[in-house]
Ligand binder design. Structure first.
Ligand SMILES: [Zn+2]
Length: 314
């Protein structure tokens, strides 16, 4: 029996449908989103169709979270919705601004088939597009892996990443909860190998779209099964372990999109039991968005004052 199911669907209503959806929803949603985006590219409207696919994914996951939640307890409010949305907007805004400024200062030449910068000029542009995208996902993942791993293992970088791990439940609303410095750090490192190798803009855009789809799926509170898919992709199944309070379980599964580098560097973790329901970090994280933003920069005295104020307010 699959332990993931135990205790989740006790009332047995729609059991067969839920079982089918638990196997099909992850691969179906990812394939559908990629298909919609590919159609957008084919008619030269990639951004409209990417955004439509993203909206379709969000609505589908919200419905599935209600219909077949992975953890009932995670459906209770955690008082962090505004902070989650605040971090999502500031981190997305920062990365958009960086790309925009890049364009303005002419570092890149943005036509769809040109390299963003000249790079080493060794990118295999003659390969079929899908093969180039696969190569780009693997290459950028190498740096995303190390960005994420150092964010856990280097205390100074952890200060920023702790904002993401301070959540006590996983659901789609806190998928994008990253301190904007944390986002900037991983985006810059993740795009670096593609620029260095001279990947075309269309390939970089595809990597961005796939990262957005897989990222939205990883936090969803939907009871899903993955089987061997979790050896290839960063599924909610492996990502839930990454949010464990136990370091042996949490300092694993650093992959953003795919798990190849976790497997090669021996940080892959996916035991055949249910991932922890009680997640988060052991240190304090303030409740308010603005305090979370300044938290990595302030001294202990200031932190203690905010912590005291939080206690008094709760
Ligand atoms: Zn992490």
């Amino acid at each position: 029996m699959d332990q993931n199911i135990t205790g989740v669907w006790d009332n047995r209503s729609h059991h067969g449908l839920k079982m089918a959806l638990s196997w099909l929803s992850w691969p179906f949603l990812l394939t559908a989103c990629i298909g919609i985006t590919a159609y957008g590219f084919s008619i030269d409207r990639p951004y409209l169709f990417f955004n439509s696919a993203y909206l379709f994914l969000i609505v589908s996951l919200l419905l599935l979270e209600r219909f077949m939640p992975h953890e009932q307890k995670w459906r209770s409010p955690d008082g962090q919705i505004l902070a989650d949305i605040g971090h999502t907007l500031t981190s997305k805004g920062t990365t958009q601004a960086i790309l925009y400024v890049n364009t303005l200062i002419g570092v890149n030449m943005v036509t769809n088939d040109q390299a963003l910068i000249s790079g080493l000029q060794i990118w295999p542009s003659e390969w079929p597009l899908y093969a180039q995208v696969v190569l780009a996902v693997v290459a950028s993942e190498f740096m995303l892996y190390w960005a994420h791993r150092t964010a856990h293992e280097v205390p100074f970088i952890w200060r920023f990443h702790a904002v993401h791990h301070s959540v006590q439940k996983l659901w789609i609303v806190n998928t994008g909860r990253f301190h904007f410095i944390d986002s900037l750090y991983s985006i810059v490192l993740g795009i670096f190998p593609l620029l260095l190798l001279g990947a075309p803009m269309v390939v970089i855009t595809w990597v961005g779209a796939i990262t957005a789809f897989i990222g939205m799926l990883t936090h969803c509170n939907v009871e899903m099964r993955f089987g061997p898919i979790s050896y290839i992709f960063n599924t909610p199944g492996v990502h839930r372990w990454h949010h464990s309070k136990k370091l042996r379980e949490g300092n694993t599964n650093y992959g953003e999109n795919i798990m190849i580098w976790d497997i090669l560097f021996r940080t892959y973790f996916n035991e055949k039991r249910r991932p922890p329901q009680n997640i988060g970090i052991t240190e304090h994280m303030p409740r308010r968005f603005r305090h979370q933003l300044i938290w990595p920069f302030i001294d202990q005295k200031r932190k203690s004052a905010i912590e005291e104020a939080d206690k008094a307010a709760s």
